[in-house]
Structures are given as C-alpha cells and as structure tokens.
Design a protein around this ligand. Structure first.
Ligand SMILES: *Cc1c(COP(=O)(O)O)cnc(C)c1O
Length: 401
C-alpha cells in the first residue's frame, strides 16, 4: 500500500540489520502491545501465561528484572511495584479482607505503620503492634481472624533482628501467612524462603538500585494462590513500573555483590569505631553484640549491609543531636538509603508507641562508597563540635554519663 510521508512517520518500512547482541537488556517502553489478531485481544495480567497484553503488566524490561530478582531470592514468582511502599500496600490489599487482623512489629518502617493505622483501619482491618523481639511468643497474639504476620528484620531505625523462624513456626501452626520486609539484606543476605517466610518484599530503590536514582519494589512468593491474589490486585490497583527504572535496576544488580561487600566492611569498621566513643551508649548494628537480636543475625544472615544506628548517652537535647548531624560534611541528610552517598538522619522515636527508650538520641546512618577513613574523620570532627557546644553551654552530659 502506498503511504504519504505523514503516514510513514508512524508506519515506516525502513530496515536495519537484525541480531544485535547487546550485553544489556533493552529498555522496552510501551503502554500498547500489539495483538496478532482481533480475537487474540485479552486483558489478562499474567504475561507469562497470556503473552504480552498491556504495558501496565510489564514490558520485557520489567519482566527480565522481576525474573532475575525471583532467581536471586529463590522464589517462584516476582511482581514489581513502583516502590517498596507500593509493595507493602499491594501485599496488604491483595491478602486482606474486611474484618481481618494483622500483626505488625512496633518498630516497623513507619509508612507501613501509617498504612495500617490510617488506611487499613478504614476498611475494618485491625492490627496489633508487637515487640519485635517476641519470637515464638507471637503465638499469644494470634487471633481467630489474624491473616498475616508482618516481619521486618532488622527493623528500620531501631535495628532489632527478629527470630523469623520462631515467628513462622507459631504463625504456620495457626495457618497464618508470614510476610518479610527484606530490604536491609537486599534479598540476598537473608534467605526468606529457607526460613519459612511466605511472602518477601524489598525496596529495589535501596541496594539493588544502589545509586539513589530510582524507585521500585518487589514482591516474591512461591505459592500459586498468593501469586494469583497479588497479580489480580496489582492489575486493578494499576501500579505500573517504569521500564527506564527497571533498566537502571538491572544495571544495579550487576554490581550488587561488590557494592555490598565494600559497604559491609566499611560500615562494620565505622560501627566499631563509634562503639569506642564516650558520647555513645550503644551502636545498633546487627553484626555487633550490642544490637538486639544479634544472635539471630549470626544464625540466619550471610552478612551485613550498611545501615545501622547509634544511640547517644543521655544528655544531649534534640537540637544538639541535630547540630551533630548538621556538622557532618561528607554524610548528607536524607531518606532512601543504600546509595553510594553516606547518609545520616536523626530521629525522635518517643512519640511512636512500643519503642525502646532511645527518644531523640538515635541517629541512623547509611554507609556509602566514600573512603572509610574520610567518613570516620567526618564523624570525629562532628562529635568534637558536639563537645564544644557542650562546653559553651556549661553542660557535662558526656562526663556525667
Ligand atoms: C525504603 C524502604 C521501604 C520503601 O521503599 P520505597 O521504594 O522508598 O517506597 C520499605 N521498607 C523499608 C525497610 C525501607 O527501608
């Protein structure tokens, strides 16, 4: 058929050689995917079963990333979401009905807590927030309408490592599913399925992305029935992922091992240095004995990543803790850890129920890829600023404690 130049803009007959074998997965952008015939049109979300039907359910770039994460986590199915928080909410919306009850660790990632208290509550889903150190004692909190036990190990900010196998045993005895937020371990330092977890999710935004330039999440499962619920919910919630972000995450995956290992050793050296400082009461790093649940880290994890917290001894005001963070020159202040840039954030956890008594004395670090000695020097000069302020204010919280 003869075409005008205007039509050629859309329907071109130009030819290029086929068979370019790139080492990288192409970025397939697309909302529409073309069907072979009128009768082939369908809207099934499962692209592995139905073939490609619509961009919302994943272009080949997204499916490639999902398949690789699934392989790494030894799952059967992985669904990608536009962020880690979207993975959390997808799990709750897919798995829960009105009238259900869930168990959530008191120190859970705070947007997960907010989802539970502010949104799920509107759909008549109730929650009990439990002590993350509860272990098998979770059995006492399981009700007849309990459907899910959330775990997060270690917890955000307060870093408690959970006895996941003990929680799984208690939950499974009552036919309750266990979900894990496995972001800290990048899905590779803790084997969720080997420890009995039913649904594992992580923020790909963090270590797999690894460069603070994308937002993605993943949910990985083994059971067909859970996968069907998740896929059907994802379709109607309509959370698509960007193929460009998936392409960046595929790049990130290739260097995950070397980044994690460099970050692990740097973070450990810094945590041990901080442990010796007179200003600090406690370093909450899962690989150190001072971290609650350290014994479970030792038993269950293959290594550690770069996120940990310190708790100052009693004395400094919140302003003084802020001043310490502000005095840091290499560490930047910001959320979304696990990039190449080291970060520090001061928290006041006194208003969240069920928290350890660290109040405003807790600072969380994410160690990046700067040189360890520069990071230690930065911490040293910021701690010295804290001492000077103390002298000016005629306080002696370090000497007294
Ligand atoms: C960052 C984070 C999330 C959420 O990930 P986003 O991609 O930022 O939505 C969930 N859980 C944990 C433990 C996190 O650190």
């Amino acid at each position: 058929m003869k075409k005008t130049w205007q039509t050629k803009l859309i329907h071109s007959d130009a030819k290029i050689p086929e068979g370019y074998r790139s080492l990288t997965t192409p970025v397939y952008r697309g909302s529409t995917t073309v069907f072979a015939s009128a009768s082939a049109v369908n809207d099934h979300w499962n692209q592995h079963r139905a073939g490609y039907t619509y961009g919302l359910y994943g272009t080949p770039t997204a499916l490639e990333l999902a398949a690789r994460i699934c392989e790494l986590e030894s799952g059967k199915y992985t669904i990608l979401t536009p962020g880690g928080q979207a993975a959390i909410s997808l799990i709750d919306f897919a798995m829960l009905n009105a009238g259900d009850h869930i168990l959530v660790p008191a120190s859970v990632y705070s947007p997960n807590r907010k989802l539970t208290t502010q949104l799920l509550s509107r759909f008549d889903i109730t929650a009990t927030f439990y002590d993350p150190g509860i272990g098998g004692g979770i059995a006492g909190l399981i009700q007849d309408n309990t459907r899910l036990v959330w775990t997060e190990s270690p917890e955000s900010i307060t870093m408690e490592v959970q006895d996941v196998p003990a929680i799984v045993a208690a939950a499974h005895a009552r036919n309750v599913k266990v979900v894990l937020d496995n972001t800290w371990s990048a899905g590779v330092l803790f084997d969720a399925f080997q420890h009995g977890v039913d649904i594992t999710m992580q923020a790909i935004t963090k270590y797999i992305g690894g460069h603070s330039d994308l937002l993605l999440g993943s949910v990985t499962v083994r059971e067909d029935g859970i996968y069907e619920r998740l896929g059907a919910a994802q379709q109607v919630i309509g959370c698509a992922v960007s193929p460009d972000d998936c392409s960046l995450a595929l790049r990130g995956l290739q260097t995950l091992a070397v980044r994690l290992s460099a970050i692990e050793s740097s973070a450990l050296e810094i945590a041990k240095w901080l442990e010796q400082r007179p200003e600090i009461e406690r370093v909450l790093h899962p690989a150190l004995a001072s971290c609650p649940g350290h014994e479970f880290w030792k038993r269950d994890f293959l290594g550690s990543s770069g996120v940990f917290s310190i708790v100052f001894k009693k004395g400094p005001t919140q302003e003084q803790v802020f001043a310490f963070v502000d005095a840091l020159k290499i560490f930047q202040v910001g959320y979304s850890w696990a990039g190449v840039t080291s970060l520090a954030v001061a928290y006041d956890i006194s208003r969240t129920p069920g928290q350890p008594p660290y109040d405003h004395r807790i600072v969380r670090f994410s160690i990046g890829l700067e040189s360890t000695s520069d990071l230690i020097a930065d911490l040293e000069q910021a701690l010295a600023t804290l001492g000077q302020r103390k002298a000016v204010a005629q306080e002696s919280w370090i000497a007294n404690s």
